[in-house]
Design a protein around this ligand. Sequence first.
Ligand SMILES: CC(=O)N[C@@H](CCC[C@H](N)C(=O)O)C(=O)O
Length: 374
Amino acid sequence: MYTIEGMRAIRRHLHQQPELGFEEHKTQLFLLDKIGEMPNGHFRVKTWRTGILVFVEGFAPVQTIGYRTDMDGLPIKEETGLSFASRYDGKMHACGHDLHMTIAIGILSHYAENQPKDNLLFVFQPAEEGPGGAEPMLNTDLFQQWRPDWMFALHIAPNEPVGTVTTREGLLFANTAEFMVHLRGKGGHAAYPHQANDMVVAASHLVTQIQSVVARRVDPMDSAVITIGKIESGTKENIIAERADTEGTIRTLSSEAMNLVQEHVKKIGAGIAASFDCDVDVEWGSQYKQVWNSEKVASFMAFSERSSDVNFREAAMAMTGEDFGFFLEKIPGFMFWLGVDSDKGLHDPKLNPDEAAIPIAVDHIIRYLADEMK
Ligand SMILES: CC(=O)N[C@@H](CCC[C@H](N)C(=O)O)C(=O)O
C-alpha cells in the first residue's frame, strides 16, 4: 500500500499535468501505470475513452460497491507559486480532482494487497467539469456489466478543516445547466451609434435582466443562482461591437426551478432580440442532475460520527454541481465533502488543499468499507 510520501508524490505529479475534459490522456496513462505496478491478479482493468474502470474481485462477494473519482482539470492559470504547480499554461487542478484521483489510487493499492470480501468497482471518470463524463460512462455496456449495487464519491471542501467529513441525506448539490448566448448586431463608428446596433449594450441588458429571474421569478422558498462567467465582445474603445458572446451556468435546488429559469432565459433572449433588433441565439451546454444522497448515506454518517479519526458534521446543501448526480439517479449511494483547509476556494487560481487530508480520507474509506463488507 502506498505510504503518505508515495501518495503525495502521485498527487504532485497529477497536479503538474492537468488536462481538460476528455483530454486526460497523460493522466490515464499515469494512472494505468500505477495500477499496473500493484499486485493485480484479482483486478480487471478496462478503459473507456480517457477514463478507467477497475473491477476488484472479492473472495466471497455478496455485493459490488462502486467508488468514483473524477479526473479533469480546469482552464485556469495557476497562481499558487507552488514548486509542483501546473506545467500546462492556462490549466490547473483547481477543483481537487488531483487529490480525488490520489485518494482512489491509495484505496485501490490497499485492496491490491488485501483482496476484499465483496467486489469493488473503481471508477476513474473523465470530464466532470464539462462536457460531462458520468452520463455516457454510465450508459456503456462495460459499466453496466460491472454495475455496482451502490456507490459513493467524495469532493474536497476548502472551507473545512483537515479531518472534517460532512454530508447529508437527500439533496447535496444542485441541478446545473450551462448556457451560451450569442448576440449579433451591426458594428460601426463610436460617434455614429444610430447607424450601428451595439451588442455591448444589448449584452449588458441581457446580463442584468437575467439576474432578475432569480429575484423575481423563482419562489424565494426554493432557490436558484445564475452566474454569467464570461462575456466576450468588442475590439477597441471607438468601435461599436457587432457581436457579443456570453457563457453562464444556472444552479437550482429543484428541477421545477431549473425548467422555469431556462424558460425565462429563452424569453429574455427573445426580448433582447426584439428590443435591440438583433439576432440572439441561446445555446445549452452540459446539464447535470442534482446530487441526491440515498438512504445509503446513513451508514456512512453513523460510521463517521463514531470514528475518532474524523470530525463529522451534517452538511448544508450547496449550489455546486457534479455529474456524479447521473450515477446517483440510477444507483443508490452518496457523495461527501472532505475538509482540505484552503483559504482559497474551488476554481480559484490560488487553491492550495492541504495534502494531509489524503491519508485521512484513504484510511477512513478503507475502514468504512471494511465495516460495510463485514
Ligand atoms: C464541484 C464543482 O465545482 N463542480 C462544478 C461542475 C460544473 C458543472 C457545469 N460545467 C456547469 O457549469 O454547469 C461546478 O461548477 O459546480
